[in-house]
Design a binder for this molecule. Structure first.
Ligand code: NAP
Ligand code: G4F
Length: 323
């Protein structure tokens, strides 16, 4: 029998890669799509799967739409990727971030419990929950210390996932994913902001790139690798929590250097530090320990940062050439 999966956040970076992965495995893929005034399907289109996914009108802040989506899709696997996922915005819209990224996950868990308690559930948790890190390399037992309203909202969603697993026996897993990027990354995130600027500067469309804290360090991987880990978690006998990371960390400054030098430029000639872009509280460094995922899921990150960043610069060069 054909398996079906429901993905919230299907129009986002991970939603698009996950939809493509699941379709390739023969799933019927349903996506929860919130009503927006503009077209949000460009990522599914770029991956060539826009016509293959079945979209259901709904929103994670609206429980009844989630109940309808689970009934309609009859999904055996439910991936909750929906979020207000930009950390910077979470200080300016803390309550919306709480509703979407925190309470939204509780709504999905409730809908699963009420409608389809044997379905398997994935929660998109995040390394932002580690925030002010309490260990040099963060793993599943590292204490959390979120530093943004987004991190706090995600920590609530994480513990609700653990709680529904322990209280109701749901097959519920929390993937604590470290930063992952791709040519489909939103332009507001630092890697894509940099690779887009590199393409514009190289082709004379832009002169400078304004950045905030370039000494921040992140454990960056490729989104295409990370959605495989999501799927693997739901294939296990029981729900659990897993850190998904590369195990290497790099400064924003060094990531810029990789991006600019790929097209023969020096980042020092173009990057301008802008105090307006500093955050009220910063996560200085993230470095994940993915040993559990390697041992239990057989998962490892297969794309190096230089491969990822050059892939993103090349994609942005093609985009600006076409524009
Ligand atoms: P993204 O590109 O920002 O996608 C977020 C998705 O959520 C979009 O499809 C968005 O739709 C949707 N959404 C927003 N509000 C919604 C609502 N009220 N109801 C239903 N859908 C809603 O994020 P991503 O990078 O793919 O990340 C996927 C998930 O993983 C997110 O939960 C994120 O917080 C988490 N995560 C990401 C990373 C990372 O490095 N990428 C790391 C750890 C965890 P619209 O565009 O129409 O608003
Ligand atoms: O690319 P970022 O905005 O990603 P951030 O804040 O680490 O969050 C991303 O990863 C999380 C996982 O750890 C996800 F949960 C979350 O949804 C999102 O996908 O910023 C990365 C670093 C920060 O330290 C930031 O201060 O880059 C620094 N930075 C320096 N200048 C900048 C800029 N970030 C952005 N977005 N824009 C800048 O101009």
């Amino acid at each position: 029998m054909t398996q079906s999966a429901l993905v919230t956040g299907i129009s986002g970076q991970d939603g698009a890669y996950l939809a493509k992965l699941l379709l390739g495995k023969g799933y019927e893929v349903y996506g929860l799509l919130p009503r927006r005034a503009t077209d949000t399907l460009w990522r599914l289109r770029e991956l060539g799967v826009e016509r293959d996914v079945r979209l259901i009108d709904g929103d994670v802040t609206d429980l009844s739409s989630l109940i309808r989506a689970i009934e309609q899709s009859k999904a055996g696997e439910i991936y909750n990727l929906a979020a207000q996922s930009f950390v910077g915005t979470s200080w300016r819209q803390p309550l919306l971030t709480t509703q979407v990224s925190g309470v939204g996950a509780a709504n999905v868990l409730e809908a699963v419990r009420l409608v389809s308690p044997t379905s398997r559930f994935y929660q998109a948790s995040t390394s932002e929950m580690f925030g002010l890190v309490q260990a040099e390399r963060q793993d599943e037992s590292t204490p959390f210390y979120p530093r943004s309203p987004y991190g706090v909202a995600k920590l609530y969603a994480h513990w609700m996932t653990v709680n529904y697993r322990e209280s109701f026996g749901l097959h519920a897993s929390s993937g604590i994913l470290f930063n992952h990027e791709s040519p489909l990354r939103g332009i507001e995130f630092v890697t894509r902001k940099v690779t887009d600027a590199v393409a514009r500067i190289k082709t004379g469309r832009q002169k400078e790139l304004r950045l905030g804290n370039i000494d921040a360090q992140r454990d960056w991987g490729f989104a295409g690798d990370y959605v495989q880990a999501m799927w693997l978690m739901l294939q296990q006998a029981n729900g659990d929590d897993y850190v998904i990371a590369t195990g290497r960390t790099t400064t924003v400054r060094d990531m810029c250097s990789i991006a600019f030098s790929h097209v023969g430029l020096n980042y020092k000639d173009h990057v301008v530090l802008d105090p307006e872009l500093l955050r009220p509280a910063e996560v200085d460094v993230l470095l994940g320990n993915p040993d559990k995922a390697r041992q239990a899921l057989g998962w490892t990150a297969s794309t190096r940062l230089d491969q990822l960043i050059t892939m993103m610069v090349d994609a942005d060069m093609r985009r600006v050439d076409k524009a």
